[in-house]
Design a protein around this ligand. Sequence first.
Ligand code: NAG
Ligand code: NAG
Length: 193
Amino acid sequence: MQQISVKLFLTAFAINVCLAGSLPIANEGESKEYCPSYLQDDTTIPCWILGSKCYCFSNNDAVDKVYNWTEANEICKAANMTLLSIETEQEDFLIYSQGETHPELVQYPYSYWTSGSYSQIGYKRWEWATNEPFQPFEYTNWIPGQPSDINPPNNQPGHCVHLSFYDDYTSGYWYPNSCSFESFQRFICESMN
Ligand SMILES: *[C@@H]1O[C@H](CO)[C@@H](O)[C@H](O)[C@H]1NC(C)=O
Ligand SMILES: *[C@@H]1O[C@H](CO)[C@@H](O)[C@H](O)[C@H]1NC(C)=O
């Protein structure tokens, strides 16, 4: 059963990826149904339909801008989206497998913020900080050895999760980092429905 559902999901994915020019832009056909309208003319932000959702990878090279987690979170919200929450292995794979087909997205040194954040209100857990109440992580795909209480101490408030595909885009590992970190940070937004 598990194998069958994964296969169906991938088929849907293959059909729904939209390509426009050199950048994959979700601005055609059924993409319009899910992607925020103002993004559809913005060729600097590549979006995909994966499953039934629109996912937009920020691509801020052109404006020479980097974002900490708070800023990235606000940008997604302004688009009526949320930062990426990775609830299942299938969703994780759909995101990190983009590295194989879109090497421009995974080049060093770029990392992408997700909505993953250590609880700021004392729950002592990692959560997908999108719509309240925030949901604790169930599926995880941390880089081995992290998060850690000591080396470095990142298993605590003030830390957020990013993806660094360039290390190994066949694993999709998650990295805990300071939410204030800005260098080379991009982000991935996800539509709400
Ligand atoms: C977000 O949703 C609100 C409420 O539906 C709407 O007024 C606003 O125009 C939307 N913003 C964007 C950027 O689509
Ligand atoms: C992110 O940057 C903004 C603007 O400089 C700042 O107001 C905010 O406190 C920063 N957030 C974090 C978590 O560092």
